[in-house]
Design a protein around this ligand. Structure first.
Ligand SMILES: Nc1ncnc2c1ncn2[C@@H]1O[C@H](COP(=O)(O)OP(=O)(O)OP(=O)(O)O)[C@@H](O)[C@H]1O
Ligand SMILES: [Mg+2]
Length: 272
């Protein structure tokens, strides 16, 4: 389905992504982990054609993604919708309009200019918000929502494009543990119920272990681990992060359970 072949990105003398090769042969949820600067974001950005590769190839269902031009790039970008750590919503615009922005790639400039959305799209936007549990906020400005709610709006916007792949660059890095869990649960459900592939850069080991079918570990631009979450032992993690013997899993953890262990009583409680 998705084939990475020696994908490489150089910035001057610095090789951010170094000969990355792996294959995704069925829809799955993949977590990419690694220390800061390991090349995780650059890898996603190359996939989505936000940045050009220096060398190597990327194929999706037999199509050479890196050779696409113009409108074909935009079509590909709707096929692999991206969500970001900072949500990237239009803060002063209402939630539904933010979600409808997900249809921009297939609408005329004139319709966009006059904010004309087909009734069917509006209904679909509301349905998607409903599914994500935030339809009650549809008429509010995006900026009035909590971080976790805003990230779900960003997911809804991505779903509007009916993508085969969802790329998420640290989707929960700005969220508290409870909202992080809600957002990860939503991504997992979208994978399981819709059969979409989710590829998420994650900065915590336990999130990758808990939610992903496959974990890819990057270090200095290279893939140094590619396996099932249960193979991701503390030793393997130490190799990925290049940490010394003092490596602590708490340092890479945001889960409520781990927070409880580290700071008893301080973790927020999930309402029943
Ligand atoms: N636009 C750019 N110009 C120059 N160098 C860049 C650029 N973007 C990334 N890099 C470099 O490429 C390397 C990989 O960066 P990248 O952002 O992909 O890492 P990351 O794994 O996402 O890190 P983090 O966990 O901090 O988000 C780093 O050395 C970074 O400085
Ligand atoms: Mg990054």
């Amino acid at each position: 389905m998705l084939v990475f072949d020696k994908l490489t990105k150089r910035f001057g003398a610095n090789t951010a992504v170094d000969n990355v090769s792996f294959t995704v042969d069925r829809p799955m949820m993949i977590g990419i982990i690694g220390a800061s600067g390991a090349g995780k974001s650059t890898l996603l950005r190359m996939m989505n054609r936000l940045t050009d590769a220096s060398s190597g190839a990327l194929a999706f269902e037999g199509q050479n993604v890196l050779a696409l031009k113009g409108a074909a790039v935009r079509a590909w970008q709707s096929q692999c919708a991206m969500i970001f750590q900072q949500f990237n919503l239009v803060p002063r615009m209402d939630v539904v309009s933010n979600v409808l922005h997900g249809t921009l790639n297939r609408r005329s400039t004139l319709a966009t200019l006059f904010n004309l959305y087909p009734q069917a799209d509006i209904h679909r936007a509301i349905d998607i918000l409903e599914r994500l549990g935030i339809a009650d906020h549809a008429a509010k400005r995006a900026e009035a929502l909590s971080g976790g709610q805003q990230q779900r709006v960003a997911i809804a916007r991505a779903l509007m494009q009916d993508p085969k792949i969802i790329l998420a660059d640290e989707p929960i890095a700005s969220l508290d543990p409870m909202n992080a869990q809600i957002v990860m649960d939503a991504l997992r459900r979208i994978h399981e119920e819709d059969g979409r592939t989710v590829i998420a850069n994650l900065h915590t080991l336990d999130t990758a272990r808990q939610y992903c079918d496959r974990v890819i570990g990057m270090r200095a631009g290279r893939v140094v681990f590619d396996g099932r979450p249960e193979q991701l032992t503390t030793g393997a993690a130490r190799d990925i992060y290049g940490a010394n013997a003092g490596f602590s899993e708490h340092a890479t953890s945001t889960s409520i359970a781990a927070l409880e262990r580290a700071q008893p009583g301080l973790a927020p409680k999930i309402p029943a």
